[in-house]
Design a protein around this ligand. Structure first.
Ligand SMILES: [Zn+2]
Length: 497
């Protein structure tokens, strides 16, 4: 087992919020992440200091070169063979043998009550009256409507009405949003078997007129008819030219920090009431100035957008009101004394552990002897052995549990610290990364211009609590932000956003 020693999680990566990726990496490879006090001075002449320096260098190298090189060479290799490398476009999958795109057999069953159940072509319907809504057919429907020059917003509305579902990353059916329609239509070339140097969303139709790409579509590898896809491409180009006659800049460059995790409070209320996660809806950044409700809301809110600075200021206030749960602070102090591994302390802990385990083993041996000598009966013998085996197991797992807790707690403090310290000076991209790192979701009431609910990621939720009410008490409303104990219904909704 290798030990990765970190004196400050932020040092392991320049962007603190990517630490989640690190943790996955570390966990998968069975590396123990040993945390030291961030304020500790590292003496690089000591063995511990040298090890730290070495390991961080190794880690840096691993992160910076190895991964990117390996990725690059693998991507180049696959592209040279005409195989796409990114996620397969919606409704398709990669053939395991050839690596080329084929239609996916996944989809959703539209249940009589309007909910969806994930499924596959050819299986029996999960309920009587359930209608099959395959993802591939859904992509086809989107492209067909789009080729007829129907706008993205009306397409998404229409597909919602017809009960089609989009697929989230876990393979679960979710309601189609305008962005999903955009995803499908901008992948027209990929559906045609084209392997692009650029990602689909980076090929703006004005900057990259489609004719060249149309000529390169490959009927043998296409999942749709290529003339049909060419029609989609031209419809897309026409629309882009109409919208932005001269502007060829990448419109995706505008990032709003809280888009993606922000949900409309009214829609949320409806989703809870009908226990239907389809009714949830995210607020998205618009023109870099607003967060906006998806069109055709119908959830009862009369305002459809909020100024970025208004909502983000409230969000910042929310972060600053988060604090460690009081009893977790005690735990932290305890951990600090036990996990902090000075060479001696580390050795001390290991010795203590080894001693305790040896003692248990000795007791087990003694029980065997006593039983063989006929001094204790069999049930008593079994009881003694079991008790000691359990104690050994708890000693062995104790360290890892403790370290995991210490790690999560440190991440938590680190996340809050960087958030409050750096929020205002961070780039929008970093803000977005930090917010998504810490928050599962935030719900916002557009009419009242208030955050009505939020949930932190599980690792943070166990330690943090809201210190005070976010808004003054005079608003006697049904929603109160400090009630974060979720009902089971809500948990279900959360797990399938
Ligand atoms: Zn709404």
């Amino acid at each position: 087992m290798i030990a990765l020693v970190a004196n400050d999680l932020a040092r392991l990566h320049r962007k603190g919020w990517r630490v989640g990726d690190l943790l996955d990496y570390v966990e998968q490879r069975g590396i123990r992440l040993v945390l030291a006090d961030p304020r500790r001075h590292i003496d690089f002449s000591s063995p511990y200091g040298r090890m730290f320096a070495q390991l961080s260098a190794i880690f840096d190298e691993w992160y910076a070169t190895d991964i990117s090189e390996r990725w690059k060479s693998s991507i180049a290799h696959r592209k040279a063979k005409g195989i796409t490398v990114s996620l397969p476009p919606f409704g398709t999958k990669r053939d395991k043998q050839t690596g080329f795109l084929v239609s996916s057999d996944e989809g959703a069953w539209l249940m009589p009550d309007g909910t969806w159940v994930a499924g596959k072509i050819g299986e029996t319907a999960p309920a009587e009256g359930a209608i099959w809504r395959g993802y591939f057919q859904c992509a086809e429907r989107i492209l067909t409507l789009y080729a007829d020059e129907t706008g993205r917003e009306s397409i998404s509305r229409r597909l919602q009405e017809e009960g089609w579902a989009f697929r989230d990353r876990q393979g679960q059916p979710v309601p189609i949003e305008v962005d999903d329609v955009r995803r499908v239509t901008s992948n027209w070339a990929e559906y045609g078997g084209y392997v692009s140097e650029k990602r689909a969303r980076e090929r703006h139709p004005v900057e990259y007129p489609p004719d060249k790409i149309i000529a390169k579509l490959n009927p043998e590898r296409a999942v749709f008819d290529i003339d049909f896809l060419a029609q989609v491409a031209r419809s897309r180009q026409k629309r882009a030219v109409r919208k932005h006659p001269t502007d060829s800049v990448n419109r995706n460059a505008v990032i709003t920090p809280l888009s993606g995790i922000t949900y409309c409070a009214h829609c949320e209320h409806l989703a809870l009431k009908h226990n239907n996660p389809r009714l949830r809806s995210r607020l998205w950044g618009r023109a870099g100035k607003y967060y906006r409700h998806k069109p055709g809301g119908g959830c009862g809110c009369s305002t459809t957008q909020v100024l970025r600075e208004v909502y983000e200021a409230d969000f910042f206030k929310l972060i600053r009101l988060l604090e460690l749960k009081p009893d977790e602070l005690d735990k932290l102090l305890l951990l600090a004394t036990e996990v902090e591994p000075t060479a001696a302390e580390q050795e001390g802990l290991e010795t203590k552990k080894a001693k305790a385990i040896a003692l248990c083993n000795w007791r087990i041996q003694a029980a065997i002897d006593l039983y063989c000598d006929g001094r204790i009966d069999r049930p008593e013998y079994l009881r003694r052995v079991e008790r000691n085996e359990r104690e050994i197991a708890s000693w062995q797992s104790r360290t890892t549990e403790r370290e995991k807790l210490a790690m999560e707690l440190t991440m938590c403090i680190h996340a809050i610290e960087t958030m409050t310290r750096l929020w205002e000076v961070s780039s929008d991209e970093d803000k977005q990364g930090r917010a998504r790192h810490l928050f599962e979701y935030v719900t916002y009431d557009l009419d009242r211009k208030q955050i009505t609910d939020f949930r932190l990621k599980a690792w943070a939720d166990q330690f943090l609590v809201l210190r005070a009410a976010l808004y003054a008490e005079d608003t006697k409303n049904d929603h109160q932000v400090d009630d974060r104990r979720m009902t089971p219904t809500r948990l279900e909704l959360v797990s399938s956003p």
